[in-house]
Design a protein around this ligand. Structure first.
Ligand code: C5P
Length: 200
């Protein structure tokens, strides 16, 4: 078992880096934000949050609709509920324990879900760069949003995610910091690969 824990704020590049690392090393990858997004999405249809988290299926984790801004906000609201987080712990830990290695990305992977992970990265980028990246992504998918709205949305989620009482977003004491503000995707991935190779 070899676990890579990748945490960081929204649109920091952690998802892209995680996917690339998984492909490079042949590890399985879990985007844990999808669990909260799928739960949040169900609450928008009126399902109580805990019930939504307890009844998630693999199918619920699919689809572009999970990337919509209103779903991101709903995700961050249900993510502040201790019962919801608790309902999702076992699945994440079982995934991390898969043979052959696993990469999990989220907000609390290095601190709560996998405190013994072999490698922990905390990925950051400036607010402006994160907003631009997310704006491009959303616009490409057909969402009509301004960059100011995207920035406000990211900041609101970061504030909620880092100030909640249960499993707030923060770097583990032993996490390596990776600031992607002025890095290309290739440079960011190369830096992450190097850090993982050093621990293998
Ligand atoms: O990573 P992503 O932006 O898709 O995550 C959506 C939301 O899910 C975050 O804003 C956060 O509130 C929540 N989340 C979390 N813990 C994780 C992953 C995501 O609280 N491990």
């Amino acid at each position: 078992m070899f676990t890579v824990a990748i945490d960081g704020p929204a649109a920091s590049g952690k998802g892209t880096i995680s996917r690339a690392i998984a492909a490079h090393f042949g590890f399985a990858h879990l985007d844990t934000g999808l669990l909260y997004r799928a739960t949040g999405r169900k609450t928008l249809d009126g399902t109580p949050a805990l019930e939504a988290a307890q009844t998630l299926t693999a199918e619920d984790l699919q689809g572009d609709a999970l990337r919509a801004p209103d779903v991101a906000q709903a995700a961050s609201k249900v993510a502040a509920m201790p019962d919801v987080r608790k309902a999702l712990v076992d699945f994440q830990r079982a995934f991390a324990a898969r043979a052959g290695g696993a990469v999990l990305d989220g907000r609390d992977i290095g601190t709560v879900i996998c405190p013994d992970a072999e490698v922990k990265l905390f990925v950051t980028a400036s607010d402006d760069v994160r907003a631009e990246r997310r704006w491009k992504e959303l616009t490409f998918k057909g969402h009509k949003v301004s960059i100011e709205e995207v920035l406000a949305d990211l900041r609101e989620r970061d504030r909620r995610d880092s100030t909640r009482a249960d499993a707030p977003m923060k770097a583990a004491d032993d996490a390596l910091q990776l600031d992607t503000t002025s890095l290309s995707i290739e440079e960011a991935v190369a830096s992450a690969v190097k850090r993982i190779e050093a621990r293998q």
